[in-house]
Unconditional design. Structure first.
Ligand code: JCF
Length: 674
């Protein structure tokens, strides 16, 4: 690049970054993924590092965040709020560790690891243990006064706890810093509400948290289920804090301040990598978004020796996960037909590396979602792939919509078998009405039957099943057992040996269990857990086949809809024929022993109000397991009403009808006595 080209690029990058800062921080509505933003920033930093004469005061590299909104008062941070330097791979972590060991002249240094929450940094000032004010980080020097909003976050103490030990007492003035974020639960609740009110949905928990924290009306914030974990302190006056970061985190806990449960002290880099991998593997089940792991030098005196570079401490690093969101283009939109006939619009993408793999397809879920997001062929979109979840198209980057895009309409007949499609009332899904006449549904049903948690037939892969159906060698799952080795070995890419193995796998797995068999049948809404409940409740297939809606609903986790799917499935002749053919082919299993001790058999319960020790659904499960019935409304037939706190009208009715009312303690002792 010539120097003129460098200057042009720097200006271009600054404009792009400023635009995106505005979208991200002011409007809480990013138009590009974080990874793309980071790359722009990294490129600008790299050029400015090389040519410091190009740096200006207003370059976005000179501030960490964005302009505070006018509408919140400003707060100047007495101690600047820093960001963190990043590491993206083990080499960069190794370099981080090496820098520290060299500077401290030590063979090994103690680190503290903690999850890096994907939320917003805030600072809370306490004086004499009392919550005084709270501020966002803003640009690191000046933030916004969000005191009223932060006060609505229930996990943040308004008074620090004084445990009475002089050495452990909070300082007279102490500023606690941490991350405000929204759990997946909180996020889903919020978007459900937004949907009900026909208001705009939030793209991800981070934006939802940002949008909620920066509400001018704190009553709105209060409804938003925000969470907080502390990770450090700023001002400390009139008192002391522990000598290590790990000690500080425990001390914060004794003051009643929430701290992440995922922290660990370690010395070796290998242990850091192990912690990182462990967290990465549990990332999806934490219940909140994290985007990496933070490693900090544990001893505060060693932190002081390390000091700071312009933007971040040299004693800490954020080891980031591969980004889960990336930009790509929609090449085409197609429709897939699933096992239950559901038509799913699927975007064919320009290949993109996201969440650690190259993605070429992403689901658009259903017609409503497609319309809501207004996704068109030719659009640039944000694709998300989190953990093992199917990649999805999150949103269109409207700023990049080309002049010519092609809208997509869901078909009115099945693209595979041409049967009519139907959309049930209240459902978002369009379904092919062809049933097992539709070869797509046939194929998916057989793939499901052979899958690991069903009949677990090794070697019988998706592609092979497709061939078998297309060549009309099989129509349904029972035909699998009529296949011969000769038929299989004539297929494309099928060696004699593999054909033999598949026949052997089919024969060897004829002995199964009732729950696997039920699951393998592919009854709508009957997953492996429900199949297990059905097997344990009824004990044998005949009992399930002849069960009524009412008796099915007595099974734990079977509601009216699932019950209906089960009854419908067994009432269809072709399903009965397939089951008989499977039994004739030799598929078998032992009967399940039903627990005969059913102490609450014949008793009907109604649960009302809030229980402290468990959710109502759990209480129901316990009762069902003991043979009781659980009903939604109180009548003369009700034997017991279990009343938690705020029980409402059901308890009143029970009182009138002279039905016995148990409080939570009474209920627990009833459970305990069985
Ligand atoms: O969880 C975080 N996002 C997080 C951010 C955790 C930390 O320990 C941090 C941080 C930002 C700055 N520590 C610093 C010093």
């Amino acid at each position: 690049m010539s120097s003129q080209e460098k200057i042009n690029r720097v200006n271009e990058l600054r404009e792009l970054i400023n635009q995106n800062n505005y979208h991200y921080y002011v409007q809480d509505e990013p138009v590009i993924p974080d990874a793309e933003y980071d790359r722009l920033m990294q490129e600008l930093i790299a050029i400015e590092d090389e040519f410091p004469e190009l740096i200006t005061d207003s370059s976005p590299t000179q501030r960490v965040g964005a302009v505070p909104l006018d509408s919140f008062p400003e707060i100047k941070h007495e101690v600047p709020m820093l960001s963190l330097g990043n590491a993206f791979d083990e080499d960069e972590m190794t370099a981080f560790d090496k820098r520290i060991r060299e500077k401290l002249e030590m063979d090994s240094v103690e680190y503290v690891a903690e999850t890096k929450l994907d939320g917003l940094a805030i600072s809370i000032l306490y004086e004499d243990g009392q919550f005084i004010r709270a501020a966002t980080r803003g640009d690191g020097t000046t933030g916004e006064d969000v005191t009223l909003n932060v006060k609505t976050i229930k996990s943040i103490p308004l008074n620090l706890i004084d445990v009475g030990l002089l050495d452990e007492k909070y300082p007279e003035r102490v500023e606690i810093r941490g991350e405000v974020f929204m759990t997946h639960d909180g996020f889903n609740k919020l978007n459900d509400k937004q949907k009900e009110k026909d208001e705009k949905l939030f793209v991800n928990p981070r934006n939802a948290a940002a949008g909620s924290l920066r509400q001018l009306d704190s009553r709105i914030t209060a409804e938003r289920h925000l969470s907080f974990f502390a990770y450090g302190v700023g001002i400390v006056e009139g008192g002391t804090i522990p000598e290590t970061h790990a000690g500080l985190l425990s001390r914060l806990k004794t003051w009643g301040v929430p701290v992440s449960p995922e922290t660990m002290v370690m010395r070796k880099l290998a242990a850091c990598f192990e912690f990182y991998k462990n967290i990465a593997s549990r990332r999806a089940s934490l219940g909140y978004d994290i985007d990496g792991v933070v490693f900090k030098v544990n001893r505060l005196d060693q932190q002081d020796i390390m000091g700071y570079v312009s933007r971040a401490p040299r004693w800490a690093v954020a080891y980031k996960f591969a980004p889960e969101e990336e930009l790509t283009e929609i090449l085409d939109i197609e429709v897939q037909v699933g096992r239950t006939g559901a038509l799913t619009p699927v975007a064919r993408l320009k290949p993109v590396f996201v969440g650690g793999v190259t993605v070429t397809n992403a689901t658009l879920h259903n017609e409503d979602e497609l319309k809501r997001k207004d996704v068109r062929i030719g659009d640039t979109v944000i694709v998300r792939r989190a953990g093992d979840v199917i990649p999805e198209v999150l949103k269109v980057v409207m700023e990049r919509r080309p002049a010519k895009t092609v809208e997509f309409k869901m078909p009115s007949s099945c693209p595979i078998c041409s049967s009519d499609v139907e959309r049930e009332e209240g459902e978002a899904v369009i379904r092919c009405s062809g049933g097992l006449y539709c070869s797509a549904q046939q194929i998916q049903a057989i793939i499901h039957f052979a899958s690991r948690r069903a009949m677990n037939i090794d070697g019988l892969g998706d592609k092979l099943i497709e061939q078998l159906v297309e060549k009309k060698l099989i129509n349904n799952v029972s035909d699998l057992y009529k296949l011969t080795q000769e038929q299989l070995s004539e297929l494309e890419r099928m060696a004699e040996k593999s054909a033999m193995n598949i026949i052997a796998a089919l024969n060897n797995n004829k002995e199964t269990s009732l729950d696997r068999f039920l699951y393998a049948l592919g009854i709508r809404e009957v997953g492996d857990a429900t199949a297990r409940s059905l097997a344990n409740h009824f004990g044998n297939l005949v009992a399930i086949q002849s069960a009524t809606l009412e008796s099915l609903e007595e099974v734990a986790d079977v509601g009216p809809i699932v019950a209906k799917h089960i009854v419908t499935f067994f009432s269809q002749n072709h399903n009965q024929e397939v089951i008989n053919a499977l039994l004739t082919a030799g598929v078998h299993w032992p009967d399940v022993e039903i627990k005969t001790e059913q102490p609450l058999q014949g008793k009907t319960f109604v649960i009302t109000g809030t229980l402290d020790s468990m959710k109502r659904e759990e209480a129901k499960q316990h009762l069902l397991e003991l043979g009781a019935k659980v009903s939604g409304s109180v009548s003369k037939k009700t034997d017991y009403v279990i009343a938690g706190s705020d029980p409402g009208s059901k308890a009143e009715k029970a009182h009138k009808l002279e039905v016995e009312i148990l409080d939570e303690a009474g209920f627990l002792s009833l459970l305990g006595n069985q």
